[in-house]
Design a protein around this ligand. Structure first.
Ligand SMILES: C[S@@+](CC[C@H](N)C(=O)[O-])C[C@H]1O[C@@H](n2cnc3c(N)ncnc32)[C@H](O)[C@@H]1O
Length: 256
């Protein structure tokens, strides 16, 4: 079977783009144009990727099948112990770059995509990253090592076990999904760790707890949450004399 034949066959079962990415990964080529240029080449032992195609057809996210996802133009290892990095989270990177802080703490670092990206984009900043999950921290450490990022990692329940130095900008993409939200694609979410997705109180319990813990001497707070939750978070923060503002899309932002 040729590359072209395999692609048109497989595209009957899964999205063509997914089929292309599985094949590129198998052939160890980065460029999609390779598949076009080599459409007539014989594909030896394509059965080796049948299992990956079947997993995708079952609904498993491609990132877990391939073991990585791109974030802010870089590749991050993922396992089922971490959330798959989302494009909406990339907004945080642009906001933090425009602030240019000296110290950053990424709370709930997961794959480490935020902390590692900021370490590379802002090489003079001191970066701490924390997560309650040791499995997630292992993935984040692997990503930091892979990208040569210098980050201090900490196992901590929010800020209970690790407190940042004064003047640290705190960033948190914490779990904010309410288990009752029917409009979400639960088939995909079923593959991701519950610890990374769900929170009590309509998805807001961890964000509220972080606001409770926000140190008076921090340099600011950037949160990700669903836009439908923003007003409730803004109101809660007001009760703590914090003026959070709606930023872009999913992001809430407070700068001192
Ligand atoms: C939504 S994921 C975000 C992962 C990553 N920062 C990203 O943007 O892709 C939330 C992360 O928070 C972690 N987490 C959940 N509860 C936590 C807690 N109480 N303290 C610290 N981290 C927590 C989870 O393990 C998970 O890695």
């Amino acid at each position: 079977m040729t590359i072209g034949e395999w692609l048109s066959d497989t595209s009957k079962t899964i999205e063509r783009l997914d089929a292309e990415l599985i094949l590129q990964h198998f052939l160890e080529v980065d460029d999609r144009s390779y598949l076009v240029a080599h459409a007539e080449d014989e594909l030896s032992d394509a059965s080796a990727i049948d299992a990956q195609v079947a997993r995708r057809a079952e609904g498993e996210p491609l990132a877990y099948i391939l073991g990585y996802r791109e974030f802010y133009g870089r590749r991050f290892f993922v396992t089922t112990n971490v959330l798959i990095p989302r494009p909406e989270t990339e907004t945080i990177i642009n906001i933090v770059k425009s602030i240019g802080p000296d110290r950053i703490l990424d709370v709930g670092t997961g794959s480490g995509c935020i902390a590692v990206t900021l370490s590379l984009e802002l090489p003079n900043a001191h970066i701490d990253a924390a997560d309650i999950s040791e499995d997630a921290l292992r993935v984040a450490q692997k990503n930091a090592a892979h990208h040569g990022a210098n980050i201090a990692f900490h196992k901590s329940d929010l800020l209970s076990d690790f407190q940042p130095e004064p003047n640290t900008l705190i960033i948190a993409n914490l779990p904010y999904v309410d288990a009752d939200w029917q409009w979400l694609d639960h088939k995909t979410l079923d593959y991701e760790p519950e610890l990374a997705l769900y929170a009590e109180q309509g998805g807001l319990s961890l964000i509220y707890k972080l606001i409770d813990q926000y140190p008076f001497n921090a340099a600011g707070l950037i949160l990700e949450a669903d836009p439908s939750q923003h007003q409730a978070i803004i109101d809660y923060a007001k009760g703590h004399n914090l003026n959070l503002k709606d930023q872009q899309g999913y992001i809430l932002y407070l700068a001192n």
